[in-house]
Write a protein that binds this ligand. Structure first.
Ligand code: ADP
Ligand code: MG
Length: 241
């Protein structure tokens, strides 16, 4: 079966440093997958390539078999990939609802059903009661849900979520997990970057592990957690290993 997203032999260098070196991975339809790896592994670079903020130096990226590398962020959003940023940067002058509306307008439906899609995303994210408040006043846990609401209002087939739980307490983290599961239940595939290993193990069908720009492992959570290369990447190994 054709994967939802196929990343094939992708490389990206920054001033001679390989942020990603010959990385291939397939995100299956209907999955919650996670991308993990130590700092500097290339996770954010991969998200930047998939969402069109950067072009790959080599390789191809395809969504349901159609090339999307090099077509730019707006066209990629219209094709059905939405991204929730780690650092939530809402338009501070706009209300919560207006921020979500922006997501709807730039998403896969364009101007169709903007009001209904906005309302639905607000309700899903538990933000309906705060719809008319300035987004700038939201606490961090709500800001993260606003990021996800804005992304989901774009009606994507694939949601990229970059550390949606970073800095959140346990109950806020549980809210985000429940929200991601509900988004997934509605038929959206999810690709997560997440540091919280317990959360990754709980929520993922499949895990991809990057280290220093290369994919070093992939598979179901239990197998990845036992993989010696993964353990070494996280814990470090003696020079000679
Ligand atoms: P991760 O998200 O896994 O922590 P990144 O993708 O942010 O890793 O970074 C991978 C490598 O690429 C790092 O060495 C980082 O310094 C470098 N890098 C990422 N983005 C840029 C950029 N815009 N300019 C220069 N170097 C970058
Ligand atoms: Mg990063």
């Amino acid at each position: 079966m054709m994967p939802l997203l196929r990343i094939e032999r992708v490389s990206r260098h920054f001033r001679g440093v390989a942020a990603l070196d010959d990385v291939s991975l397939d995100v299956p339809e209907g999955s919650i997958s996670s991308l993990i790896g130590p700092n500097g592994a290339g996770k954010s670079t991969l998200f930047n390539l998939v969402s069109g903020f950067f072009r790959p130096g080599a390789g191809t990226i395809a969504l349901r078999g159609e090339r999307i590398d090099g077509i730019g962020p707006l066209r990629i959003a219209r094709r059905g990939i939405a991204r929730a940023f780690q650092i939530a940067r809402p338009f501070p002058g706009l209300t919560v609802a207006e921020n979500v509306r922006v997501g709807a307008l730039f998403g896969s439906l364009g101007r169709r059903d903007v009001a209904a899609v906005t309302r639905d995303a607000l309700t899903l994210a538990g933000l309906a009661a705060r719809a008319d408040q300035p987004a700038a006043n939201l606490p961090l846990g709500h800001l993260r849900r606003l990021e996800l609401a804005r992304a989901i209002a774009a009606r994507p087939m694939l949601l990229l979520a970059d550390e949606p739980c970073a800095g959140l307490n346990r109950s806020e983290t549980e809210e985000i997990i429940a929200l991601l599961r509900e988004i997934h239940r509605r038929g959206v595939a999810v690709l997560l970057v997440e540091h919280d290993m317990a959360m990754v193990m709980r929520i993922s069908d499949r895990i991809f592990v990057l280290d220093a720009g290369s994919k070093i492992a992939e598979g179901p959570p239990e197998a990845v957690a036992r993989d010696p290369r993964v353990i070494a990447a996280y814990l470090g190994t003696p020079e000679e290993d």
